[in-house]
Design a protein around this ligand. Structure first.
Ligand SMILES: Cc1cc2nc3c(=O)[nH]c(=O)nc-3n(C[C@H](O)[C@H](O)[C@H](O)COP(=O)(O)O)c2cc1C
Length: 192
């Protein structure tokens, strides 16, 4: 899909411009009472460049998504003064995808995750407890994905907005909308 390829190229250009977390995006969800919330995530792309991320079952986003799968992701490319916002539906990643993703992460991160991932977002009584548990973790424990490493992929994307502020008089606002009737993407430029 052309717009997703453009997103990926903007992620790469932002990284080359000096942002080491260019694949970071803010995920917006809404809870069952209608309270909206956002938080930063590391976003990865699969072969068809559909964005996906990983998280812990105890985080609030998981409860929000259990009620309503609709969500948005915004990449804020602050170094290149660009942003990309996507609106769609989040579906859980398959076990085989999670296994593959788990092994692609740095071993040190995987070891830490084995300690914090199960209770992420709950009240921390003492940081020492985490440090001690990490020291006691058996060698090679990180080779097996824990079931509390989960993730989602953004699918049924309805709208992707690219916004770019350059040196010219007007910023550029390009929006791709999926037309359900014709099953075609429509590209439009909006007044910035
Ligand atoms: C640089 C950075 C990267 C992060 N990456 C992730 C991530 O990939 N997955 C995740 O669940 N939380 C990540 N977080 C933490 C989230 O922003 C958030 O605090 C946490 O997931 C709790 O969110 P909740 O409101 O859904 O409970 C990251 C935070 C930062 C600052």
């Amino acid at each position: 899909m052309l717009a997703l390829e453009k997103l990926q190229s903007w992620v790469i250009e932002e990284r080359l411009a000096g942002n080491p977390f260019s694949h970071g995006a803010a995920l917006a969800t809404v809870d069952k009472l209608g309270q909206s919330r956002t938080r930063m995530l590391g976003v990865h792309f699969d072969e068809q460049v559909y964005p996906r991320f990983h998280t812990s079952p105890t985080s609030r986003k998981v409860a929000d998504l259990a009620g309503k799968q609709r969500a948005s992701l915004t990449f804020a490319f602050q170094t290149s003064l660009r942003s990309v916002s996507l609106e769609g539906r989040l579906v859980e990643l398959s076990k085989s995808q999670l296994d593959k993703d788990w092994l692609s992460l740095e071993p040190a991160f995987r070891r830490s995750y084995l300690i914090f991932g199960q209770t992420s977002g709950l009240v921390l009584e003492s940081k020492q407890v985490l440090e001690t548990a990490l020291k006691k973790l058996p060698v090679d424990a990180e080779l097996v994905r824990p079931d509390y490493f989960i993730g989602y992929q953004l699918v049924d994307i309805q709208r992707i907005a690219f916004y770019s502020v350059g040196k010219q008089a007007f910023a550029e606002h390009e929006v791709w909308t999926f037309d359900d009737l014709s099953k075609q993407w429509v590209q439009q430029f909006l007044v910035p």
